[in-house]
Design a protein. Structure first.
Length: 253
């Protein structure tokens, strides 16, 4: 998926996300694991770099990477608009399953947020991403913080539901189709954007898959990580049966 059209409206459709709170939670976790402000954080699948901007404002050096050139164009404009001095804040077009030392990334910590990993096709691809991200981290000390939607969210919240976003600049219909077989949700987005003659329709379609917590932890361990903790979203409590998004914390071994 290129996120060509979706990129244009992504920030408006995710305006409910409190990126500042997310950055502060990441900051708290990193500090509890011995990393202080001024460290180097790598953001895999950074999208429009909203979290990157918040982490940079907290004093971290940041590299954001995304496979989508359209997302990165918006990210660069956002970064340059917000900060007069962007030294220590770079953005790269990279596939999170194909990272490594050749990209010159050796960070103190890595993040991958807002269900980016759920977009991967299967657990094999998830392990590939974990192994790839491990190569960007310092051995025995690098911290990896990421989240994933849970099977509960896919079945009970997203399910076969339809959501409508009626915004001033675009009318969006979000239609889901849930598969019990692999706990996946096929997502179809129809955008109706205002134009001189009325509206133009654009469509995007992609699939997200959810995995049991035990499977995610096993994939981590097979990819060079040791689990440090798992939390119910940004809360400092373990995930319960109705947890919609698990925040995982791991350390490179």
């Amino acid at each position: 998926m290129s996120y060509g059209v979706f990129a244009s409206y992504y920030d408006r459709l995710t305006s409910n996300v409190n990126y500042r709170a997310y950055a502060l939670r990441v900051d708290s976790i990193l500090r509890s694991n011995g990393l202080t402000s001024g460290g180097y954080v790598f953001d895999a699948a950074c999208g429009t770099a909203a979290l990157c901007c918040e982490l940079f404002s907290l004093g971290y050096k940041v590299t954001g990477a995304d496979i989508s050139g359209e997302m990165l164009e918006i990210a660069k404009a956002k970064r340059d608009r917000r900060f007069s001095n962007c030294e220590g804040f770079q953005l790269l077009q990279l596939d999170m399953t194909r990272l490594g030392e050749k990209n010159g990334i050796r960070a103190d910590a890595a993040v991958c947020t807002l269900d980016s990993l759920n977009h991967l096709f299967d657990l094999k691809e998830v392990r590939k991403a974990f192994s790839s991200i491990a190569k960007t981290l310092k051995p025995k000390s690098g911290v990896f913080i990421f989240d994933m939607n849970t099977p509960y969210k896919h079945e009970k919240i997203l399910g076969d539901n339809t959501f409508v976003y009626d915004l001033p600049e675009v009318y969006t219909v979000w239609q889901n189709s849930f598969s019990q077989k692999d706990c996946s949700v096929e997502i179809k987005l129809d955008f109706f954007a205002k134009s001189a003659g009325g509206y133009k329709r654009f469509s995007e379609q992609f699939t997200e898959r959810a995995y049991p917590q035990k499977s995610v932890v096993k994939a981590l361990e097979e990819s060079g990580f040791q689990l440090v903790g798992a939390f119910d979203g940004l809360k400092n409590t373990p995930p319960g049966p109705r947890c919609e998004r698990i925040l995982y914390v791991a350390r490179r071994v």
